[in-house]
Design a protein around this ligand. Structure first.
Ligand SMILES: [Fe+2]
Length: 246
Protein backbone atom coordinates (compact mmCIF):
# COMPACT_ATOMS: atom_id res chain seq x y z
CA UNK A 1 0.00 0.00 0.00
CA UNK A 2 1.19 3.48 -0.84
CA UNK A 3 -0.14 6.02 1.64
CA UNK A 4 -0.25 9.80 1.36
CA UNK A 5 0.78 11.09 4.81
CA UNK A 6 -0.07 14.59 5.95
CA UNK A 7 -0.81 16.61 9.08
CA UNK A 8 -1.66 20.05 10.44
CA UNK A 9 -3.61 21.39 7.47
CA UNK A 10 -4.94 24.20 9.68
CA UNK A 11 -7.57 25.57 7.34
CA UNK A 12 -5.10 26.29 4.55
CA UNK A 13 -7.02 25.05 1.49
CA UNK A 14 -4.48 26.29 -1.08
CA UNK A 15 -1.73 24.23 0.58
CA UNK A 16 -4.04 21.23 0.95
CA UNK A 17 -4.98 21.35 -2.73
CA UNK A 18 -1.29 21.21 -3.71
CA UNK A 19 -0.73 18.20 -1.45
CA UNK A 20 -3.83 16.32 -2.65
CA UNK A 21 -2.92 16.95 -6.30
CA UNK A 22 0.54 15.58 -5.59
CA UNK A 23 -0.90 12.47 -3.91
CA UNK A 24 -3.22 11.93 -6.88
CA UNK A 25 -0.24 12.14 -9.27
CA UNK A 26 1.46 9.41 -7.23
CA UNK A 27 -1.71 7.25 -7.31
CA UNK A 28 -1.77 6.64 -3.55
CA UNK A 29 -3.94 3.79 -2.25
CA UNK A 30 -4.94 5.55 0.97
CA UNK A 31 -4.50 8.65 3.10
CA UNK A 32 -3.10 9.02 6.62
CA UNK A 33 -3.76 12.28 8.44
CA UNK A 34 -2.33 13.16 11.87
CA UNK A 35 -4.91 15.81 12.78
CA UNK A 36 -5.39 19.58 13.16
CA UNK A 37 -7.53 20.16 10.10
CA UNK A 38 -8.75 23.49 11.47
CA UNK A 39 -7.44 26.50 13.43
CA UNK A 40 -5.07 29.25 12.18
CA UNK A 41 -6.16 29.27 8.53
CA UNK A 42 -8.98 30.94 6.58
CA UNK A 43 -10.89 27.92 5.18
CA UNK A 44 -11.54 25.35 7.93
CA UNK A 45 -14.90 24.18 6.56
CA UNK A 46 -13.51 23.62 3.05
CA UNK A 47 -10.53 21.69 4.44
CA UNK A 48 -12.68 19.39 6.60
CA UNK A 49 -14.92 18.70 3.62
CA UNK A 50 -11.99 17.92 1.33
CA UNK A 51 -10.23 15.63 3.81
CA UNK A 52 -13.38 13.82 4.97
CA UNK A 53 -14.17 12.94 1.33
CA UNK A 54 -10.83 11.18 0.73
CA UNK A 55 -11.23 7.47 -0.05
CA UNK A 56 -9.44 5.11 2.33
CA UNK A 57 -8.80 7.91 4.84
CA UNK A 58 -7.49 7.20 8.30
CA UNK A 59 -7.37 10.34 10.41
CA UNK A 60 -6.82 11.15 14.08
CA UNK A 61 -8.00 14.22 15.94
CA UNK A 62 -5.72 17.18 16.80
CA UNK A 63 -5.85 19.65 19.66
CA UNK A 64 -7.19 22.45 17.43
CA UNK A 65 -9.92 20.13 16.11
CA UNK A 66 -10.96 19.29 19.66
CA UNK A 67 -10.97 22.95 20.70
CA UNK A 68 -13.06 23.91 17.66
CA UNK A 69 -15.80 21.46 18.69
CA UNK A 70 -15.63 22.52 22.35
CA UNK A 71 -13.88 19.42 23.67
CA UNK A 72 -10.64 21.14 24.76
CA UNK A 73 -10.62 24.36 26.80
CA UNK A 74 -9.36 27.49 25.04
CA UNK A 75 -7.16 28.32 28.05
CA UNK A 76 -4.56 25.91 26.61
CA UNK A 77 -4.04 28.17 23.57
CA UNK A 78 -2.37 31.56 23.15
CA UNK A 79 -4.52 34.55 22.19
CA UNK A 80 -3.71 34.31 18.45
CA UNK A 81 -4.61 30.62 18.27
CA UNK A 82 -7.76 31.25 20.33
CA UNK A 83 -8.94 33.90 17.87
CA UNK A 84 -8.55 31.45 14.98
CA UNK A 85 -10.27 28.59 16.83
CA UNK A 86 -13.26 30.87 17.45
CA UNK A 87 -13.17 31.80 13.75
CA UNK A 88 -13.12 28.07 12.82
CA UNK A 89 -16.09 27.44 15.10
CA UNK A 90 -18.06 30.15 13.31
CA UNK A 91 -17.34 28.59 9.91
CA UNK A 92 -17.80 24.85 10.58
CA UNK A 93 -21.04 23.20 9.46
CA UNK A 94 -22.86 20.67 11.63
CA UNK A 95 -21.69 17.91 9.30
CA UNK A 96 -18.04 18.95 9.62
CA UNK A 97 -18.33 19.18 13.42
CA UNK A 98 -19.73 15.64 13.41
CA UNK A 99 -16.81 14.46 11.31
CA UNK A 100 -14.31 16.01 13.77
CA UNK A 101 -16.23 14.46 16.69
CA UNK A 102 -15.94 11.04 15.04
CA UNK A 103 -12.13 11.11 14.88
CA UNK A 104 -10.24 8.84 17.32
CA UNK A 105 -7.07 10.03 19.06
CA UNK A 106 -5.06 6.93 18.10
CA UNK A 107 -5.21 4.44 15.22
CA UNK A 108 -3.21 1.21 14.97
CA UNK A 109 -3.25 -0.57 11.58
CA UNK A 110 -1.04 -2.23 8.96
CA UNK A 111 2.10 -2.02 11.11
CA UNK A 112 1.79 1.66 12.01
CA UNK A 113 0.29 3.87 14.69
CA UNK A 114 -1.24 7.27 13.97
CA UNK A 115 -1.40 10.01 16.62
CA UNK A 116 -1.34 13.81 16.61
CA UNK A 117 0.97 14.22 19.61
CA UNK A 118 2.69 11.09 20.93
CA UNK A 119 1.79 7.48 21.75
CA UNK A 120 1.90 8.41 25.45
CA UNK A 121 -0.24 11.54 25.13
CA UNK A 122 -1.96 11.24 21.74
CA UNK A 123 -3.37 14.75 21.46
CA UNK A 124 -1.26 17.21 23.40
CA UNK A 125 2.40 16.20 23.77
CA UNK A 126 4.91 17.76 21.35
CA UNK A 127 7.14 14.78 20.60
CA UNK A 128 10.45 16.35 19.59
CA UNK A 129 13.24 14.49 21.37
CA UNK A 130 14.70 11.03 21.69
CA UNK A 131 13.99 11.08 25.44
CA UNK A 132 10.30 11.71 24.83
CA UNK A 133 10.24 8.97 22.23
CA UNK A 134 11.81 6.60 24.76
CA UNK A 135 9.10 7.48 27.30
CA UNK A 136 6.41 6.79 24.71
CA UNK A 137 7.70 3.36 23.70
CA UNK A 138 5.62 1.41 26.28
CA UNK A 139 2.53 2.92 24.60
CA UNK A 140 3.64 2.02 21.07
CA UNK A 141 2.85 -1.47 19.72
CA UNK A 142 3.93 -1.09 16.08
CA UNK A 143 7.39 -0.50 14.52
CA UNK A 144 6.28 2.84 13.06
CA UNK A 145 4.47 5.80 14.59
CA UNK A 146 3.28 8.71 12.44
CA UNK A 147 2.92 11.96 14.36
CA UNK A 148 2.15 15.65 13.82
CA UNK A 149 1.56 18.64 16.14
CA UNK A 150 5.00 20.33 16.13
CA UNK A 151 4.79 21.30 12.42
CA UNK A 152 8.41 20.12 12.04
CA UNK A 153 9.43 17.43 9.55
CA UNK A 154 11.78 14.84 11.10
CA UNK A 155 12.13 11.24 12.16
CA UNK A 156 13.38 9.50 15.28
CA UNK A 157 14.69 5.97 15.35
CA UNK A 158 15.28 3.62 18.24
CA UNK A 159 18.38 1.60 17.48
CA UNK A 160 18.90 -1.27 19.93
CA UNK A 161 20.01 -0.10 23.37
CA UNK A 162 21.47 3.17 22.05
CA UNK A 163 19.67 6.44 22.54
CA UNK A 164 17.06 7.30 19.90
CA UNK A 165 18.30 9.67 17.21
CA UNK A 166 16.34 12.67 15.90
CA UNK A 167 16.96 13.49 12.22
CA UNK A 168 15.33 16.52 10.55
CA UNK A 169 14.17 16.33 6.94
CA UNK A 170 16.03 19.40 5.73
CA UNK A 171 16.32 19.87 2.02
CA UNK A 172 13.02 18.87 0.56
CA UNK A 173 12.81 15.39 -0.79
CA UNK A 174 14.39 12.70 1.39
CA UNK A 175 13.77 9.01 1.83
CA UNK A 176 14.00 6.77 4.90
CA UNK A 177 14.15 3.01 4.56
CA UNK A 178 12.90 1.44 7.78
CA UNK A 179 15.23 -1.25 9.06
CA UNK A 180 13.81 -4.47 10.45
CA UNK A 181 13.88 -4.59 14.24
CA UNK A 182 14.04 -0.80 14.69
CA UNK A 183 11.24 1.45 15.90
CA UNK A 184 10.54 4.80 14.23
CA UNK A 185 8.52 7.95 14.77
CA UNK A 186 7.99 10.08 11.65
CA UNK A 187 6.59 13.59 11.47
CA UNK A 188 5.59 14.58 7.91
CA UNK A 189 5.61 18.26 8.92
CA UNK A 190 2.69 20.61 8.35
CA UNK A 191 0.62 21.17 5.23
CA UNK A 192 -0.76 24.55 6.19
CA UNK A 193 1.67 26.17 8.62
CA UNK A 194 5.25 24.78 8.49
CA UNK A 195 7.53 25.97 11.31
CA UNK A 196 10.93 24.84 10.07
CA UNK A 197 11.75 27.97 8.04
CA UNK A 198 10.62 26.31 4.80
CA UNK A 199 7.22 27.83 3.91
CA UNK A 200 6.36 25.16 1.34
CA UNK A 201 3.64 22.64 2.24
CA UNK A 202 5.05 19.42 3.71
CA UNK A 203 3.75 15.89 3.17
CA UNK A 204 5.03 12.34 2.78
CA UNK A 205 4.58 9.01 1.07
CA UNK A 206 4.69 5.84 3.15
CA UNK A 207 5.10 2.56 1.26
CA UNK A 208 4.13 -0.31 3.57
CA UNK A 209 5.44 -2.89 1.08
CA UNK A 210 9.00 -1.54 0.80
CA UNK A 211 8.82 -0.10 4.34
CA UNK A 212 10.01 3.34 3.32
CA UNK A 213 8.92 6.93 3.83
CA UNK A 214 9.68 9.88 1.58
CA UNK A 215 9.19 13.53 2.49
CA UNK A 216 8.19 16.19 -0.05
CA UNK A 217 7.87 19.98 0.03
CA UNK A 218 5.44 21.61 -2.38
CA UNK A 219 4.99 25.19 -3.48
CA UNK A 220 1.50 26.65 -3.44
CA UNK A 221 -0.18 30.04 -3.71
CA UNK A 222 0.78 31.33 -0.26
CA UNK A 223 -0.19 34.90 -1.18
CA UNK A 224 -3.79 33.77 -1.75
CA UNK A 225 -3.97 32.09 1.66
CA UNK A 226 -2.55 35.26 3.20
CA UNK A 227 -5.08 37.44 1.38
CA UNK A 228 -7.95 35.27 2.62
CA UNK A 229 -6.57 35.43 6.17
CA UNK A 230 -6.42 39.23 6.03
CA UNK A 231 -9.97 39.41 4.65
CA UNK A 232 -11.09 37.23 7.56
CA UNK A 233 -9.31 39.55 10.03
CA UNK A 234 -7.12 36.75 11.37
CA UNK A 235 -4.06 37.92 13.40
CA UNK A 236 -1.39 39.54 11.20
CA UNK A 237 1.41 37.62 12.93
CA UNK A 238 -0.18 34.38 11.70
CA UNK A 239 -0.52 35.80 8.18
CA UNK A 240 3.19 36.66 8.11
CA UNK A 241 4.38 33.29 9.38
CA UNK A 242 2.74 31.58 6.38
CA UNK A 243 5.21 33.48 4.17
CA UNK A 244 8.36 32.52 6.08
CA UNK A 245 7.58 29.03 7.34
CA UNK A 246 7.75 29.73 11.03
FE1 LIG B 1 -1.06 21.98 14.64
Amino acid sequence: MLYGVFSDVHGNLEALKAVLEFFASKKVDGYLCCGDLVGYGPQPEECVRAVSALPGLRCVVGNHDLAAIGRLPLKWFNSYATATIEYSRSKLSGQSCKFLESLPDKIEADGFTLVHGSPKNPVEEYLLSGDQFQESLPHLHTPLCLIGHSHMAFYISKRGVRFPETVPFQDGEEKVKFEDGLIYAVNAGSVGQPRDRDPRAACGLYDSKTRSFELFRLDYRRSLTQELMRRANLPEILVERIGIGW
